[in-house]
Design a protein around this ligand. Structure first.
Ligand code: ATP
Ligand code: MG
Length: 534
């Protein structure tokens, strides 16, 4: 129902929503007054928790303290930490001052962190005691050292750093009431893309971008105040940072932080905390679908799970749903789109990216001609909407390559529209395997390999081959105690795909598939390995 969509003109099936023209701090702190004494965030391991009123109060105290220390609108701060319940307090304090938060991947090496700090121009860094030595090393880099004025630690006091809790103890009297923020122009967050296809890029997201995406999701995900959301995905990546963390806090739910994904701790937290909303990524869906340990825990309070950040096949969706009994909805988006563009909701169309969020338009275009494709044909997914980034930091060229002169953001992802109007994202344009002029999407073969009873994980890449382009090669992780040969795996695939998609580049067994902490298969790492070996 709703407006008819075609690949040339994809519209949301749900009506547009009103997006308030407010700064992010106003947007969230206003809700804190409504939800008052409800728990806003709690930490599973330590039991530390804050009510909505406390979140607001501490955000104002921290803002006051930072203001006194000279932090002002336009300054950039970086975080390098595991998930903890003070994180939203820091983001809201910074947002109140117009200070930009640029969170770093806590798994970066010192050199990677230095490069990010050099690039984002941060003047302070907020970390945890166990990461302090690495942070110190990163900021001793001559290109960075002069600029980082202060280092803070969460958790406990540590020599060589200021203690975040002293900011929370400020009297709050210097909270600046009238920082002039233009929600559409001023940057709120500057996360970095995952670096799946190359170096991570700094993405400038405005207050309006983030407010918009939370409003766009509100009626689709219907998070209510009696809900409990697990903050399992890292806060440094856009999905955990905004959709999970602030999607929960805006709607009055309780966010339960766990520092990072560790299988048993995660399952215990789900069980003991009676979590109702689970946001995850495909590797976690895979774990939930296949691991024997999962059967020892009660996940019956979960009303739904959302999986985003990488393609989730229909078969894996069904396998996991059937095992656990709650629906899995696929979300699709990019750091550059704050992040959500599409989300599958009730009743659910497994394997597709479901509904376009409201206030957004999309189309599928031929990569060479830019003309819209037909139903069933593969094209690049393009979007425009209020969640579209302002641009990449210090990289106008990359910005212009992604957002065309008519304002369309080209996602770099290939997909097609089904007869029922639902869109399936097949793979990234950059990672499509080209065999004799045929296009082979690795994600499709990976999904198929996961249906083999002996396979616990898989990845597919193209191996360059004179004259034909590339040959699809599979890297496969086997379940413990199974015996199967590479030939048997090849044959399994051969019986189920068109000839161009056969695994002519071979099948190799591996102990583990390399992935980013945001849940994406690092095919470029496998490619480099393959090229080195040849
Ligand atoms: P980089 O741009 O640095 O190479 P990245 O694109 O992986 O890294 P993110 O912004 O975290 O960084 O990820 C966005 C990408 O993730 C999308 O362009 C798409 O390829 C993929 N993605 C996200 N959700 C889905 C989904 N549901 N199905 C398929 N792909 C998805
Ligand atoms: Mg990208």
């Amino acid at each position: 129902s709703g407006p008819v969509t075609s690949p040339a003109d994809i519209r949301s099936r749900i009506p547009d929503v009103e997006i308030p023209d407010v700064s992010f701090a106003e947007f969230i702190l206003g809700r804190c007054d409504e939800f008052k004494d409800n728990i806003a965030v709690s930490d599973y391991l330590t039991g530390r928790k804050y009510t909505y009123q406390q979140i607001k109060d501490f955000a104002r105290r921290v803002a006051s303290a930072l203001h006194k220390r000279g932090y002002k609108k336009g300054d950039v701060i970086t975080t390098s930490t595991l998930n903890l319940p003070e994180f939203p307090i820091l983001v809201l304090a910074a947002a109140s001052l117009g200070v930009i938060v640029s969170p770093a991947n806590h798994m970066y090496t010192a050199a990677e962190l230095s490069r990010m700090l050099e690039h984002n121009g941060a003047c302070a860094i907020f970390t945890i005691p166990q990461l302090l030595p690495l942070v110190k090393e990163a900021i001793s880099d001559p290109n960075v050292s002069g600029r980082i004025k202060e280092t803070f630690t969460f958790g406990h006091e540590e020599e060589g750093a200021l203690f975040f809790h002293t900011l929370m103890e400020d009297d709050g009297k210097s909270f600046p009431e009238n920082v002039d923020i233009d929600p559409k122009k001023d940057v709120l967050l500057m996360p970095y893309s995952s670096g799946t296809t190359g170096l991570p890029k700094g993405v400038m997201l405005s207050h309006h971008n983030i407010v918009a995406n939370i409003m766009q999701l509100r009626d689709l995900l219907r998070v209510s105040p009696d809900e409990k959301t697990i903050a399992l995905l890292p806060f440094f990546h856009i999905y955990g940072l905004t959709a999970v963390q602030f999607g929960s806090l805006y709607n009055g739910a309780q966010l339960v932080t766990i520092p990072r994904f560790e299988p048993e701790m995660f399952l215990k937290a789900m069980h003991e905390e009676k979590i109702t909303i689970l946001h995850a990524v495909p590797p976690i869906v895979l774990f939930l679908a296949k691991h024997p340990m999962v059967a020892n825990f009660d996940l019956s309070n979960v009303s739904y799970m959302v999986s985003g950040a990488a393609p989730l096949s229909e078969s894996l969706t069904m396998e996991c749903q059937n095992r656990l009994g709650f629906p899995i909805f696929q979300g699709y988006g990019l750091t550059e789109t704050s992040p959500v563009i599409n989300i599958d909701c009730h009743p659910g169309y497994p394997g597709t990216i479901g509904l376009l969020v409201p206030n957004t338009k999309a189309k599928l275009v031929d990569v060479d001609t830019g003309e819209p494709v037909k139903v069933g044909e593969l094209g690049e997914y393009c979007m425009d909407g209020p969640q579209k980034m302002l641009g990449y930091l210090n990289n106008q060229q990359a910005t212009d390559e992604m957002i065309d002169k008519d304002g369309w953001l080209h996602t770099g992802d290939l997909g097609y529209m089904r007869e029922d109007g639902m869109v399936v994202i097949e793979d990234r344009l950059k990672e499509l395997i080209k065999y004799k002029g045929y296009q082979v999407p690795p994600a499709e073969l990976e999904g198929l390999l996961l249906t083999h009873p002996a396979v616990s994980d898989a990845s597919v890449i193209g191996i360059p081959e004179e004259g034909v382009g590339e040959l699809p090669r599979a890297y496969v992780v086997l379940k413990p105690d199974v015996t199967v040969t590479p030939e048997e795996i090849s044959k399994f695939v051969e019986e189920r795909v068109t000839p161009s998609k056969r695994l002519r580049g071979g099948v190799e067994f591996l102990a583990e598939i390399p992935k980013t902490p945001s849940g994406k298969i690092l095919r470029r790492v496998l490619k480099a390995k393959a090229l080195q070996a040849s």
